[in-house]
Design a protein around this ligand. Sequence first.
Ligand SMILES: C[S@@+](CC[C@H](N)C(=O)[O-])C[C@H]1O[C@@H](n2cnc3c(N)ncnc32)[C@H](O)[C@@H]1O
Ligand code: SF4
Length: 346
Amino acid sequence: MDITKKRLLGLTPTELKTVVAEFGMPAFTAKQITQWLYEKHAKSIDEMTNISKQNRMRLAEEYEVGAWEPIDCQRSIDGTVKYLFPVSCGEGKFVETVYIPDGDRATICVSCQVGCKMNCLFCQTGKQGWEGNLTVADILNQIYAMPEAETLTNIVFMGQGEPMDNLDAILRVCEIMTADWGYQWSPKRITVSSVGVRNKLKRYLDESDCHVAISMHSPLHEQRLQLMPAEKAMPIEETVELLRQYDFSHQRRCSFEYICFGGLNDTMEHAKAIINLVKGLECRVNLIRFHEIPDAKLPGANETRMEQLRDYLTQHGVFTTIRASRGQDIFAACGLLSTAHQNKKE
Ligand SMILES: C[S@@+](CC[C@H](N)C(=O)[O-])C[C@H]1O[C@@H](n2cnc3c(N)ncnc32)[C@H](O)[C@@H]1O
Ligand code: SF4
C-alpha cells in the first residue's frame, strides 16, 4: 500500500488505454493490464510478466495495483469473518467487510461509504454519521484483497453506507464484476440494497441488471418516517411505484428487507399493509431480526410473531423468508458495522 501512487484497480479498459498512451506504451498493454487485474488478480505490477520489465518499472513509478490487505480480522463461532480494510477517502479511514460462508455459498457483504448520512434509528453505521465515500478501488479492493476471494459466490452491498449515495462508484463496480473484460460474473450473483433515494434508485435500475433489495421496515408512512428519515424524501409507496415499472419476473430479483421489532411492526395491520403495498409486484420479503445497538430503544424480534408474519405473507402470495443472523458475536451482523472507533484511533 503506497498512498503516494495512483491505483490501477477499478480502471476500465478505456481508462487503461489512456494511462498506457500517456507513457507512450503500445495500446495492447491496456488489454494485458486488464487481464492481469480482473482475470489473474495480480497483486503487483511486477507480476505482469508479459509486459516488458522496463515498462513495468515506468508504470510502477506512478501506479500500483492498489490491492490493500485488511489490517485486522475477527472470526465468529459460526464461521463468519469480519475484516477491517483501509480506504483512500480520507487519512486513516477504515471500513468493515464481512465474509459469510454458508454450505456451498460464500457471500461477501461490501461497504460503500465510511459511515452513512441516512441516520436510520436502528443502525450502528447510521450512528457513526457520514465520513466519506469510497472510491471504486476501495470498494473493489474488499473483494480483490479478501483472503477468501476465490471462494466467493455472491456479493451483497449491505455493509456500511447507502449505495445510492455513492452510485457512480457502485455502478462501476457492478460493471467490472459483470463485464466480459472484467470478472464475468452473472448479475444474478450481485444484490444492491437501498433505503430508496429519489432519482438515484431509478438510475440504478436503468443502468444495472443486478438484483435490488429495498429496506422497508414498515409499510406505514408515519412509522417508517420515524424509523428512517429517508422516508421523507422518497416514501416507500413511491419506491414501490417505481419498482413496478421494471421486470422482476425473470432473471432480476426484487426483495424487501424487513427488520422485525417485536410488537411494533410485526402486527396483522402491518402484514395486511405490506400485502397491499406490494400487490402486483414480483418480489419477496426477507425478515431480519433486530440486532440491538446501544442507545436505540427498540424492541427485539419476537420469534413467534416473526414466524406468523412469514407464514401469513407467504400464504397471501408474498413469498417471505427469515434471514439467519450471522456473526453477531463479532458485531458483524446486519446494521452492526461501525468504524467510528478505528477511524478516531488513527
Ligand atoms: C446496513 S444496511 C446497508 C445498505 C443500505 N444502506 C440499506 O439500508 O439498505 C443493510 C441492511 O441492514 C439492515 N439493518 C440496519 N441496522 C440493523 C440492525 N440493527 N439490525 C438488523 N438489521 C439492520 C438495514 O435496514 C438494511 O436492510
Ligand atoms: S440502514 Fe443503511 S441507510 Fe440506514 S443508516 Fe444504516 S447503512 Fe445507512
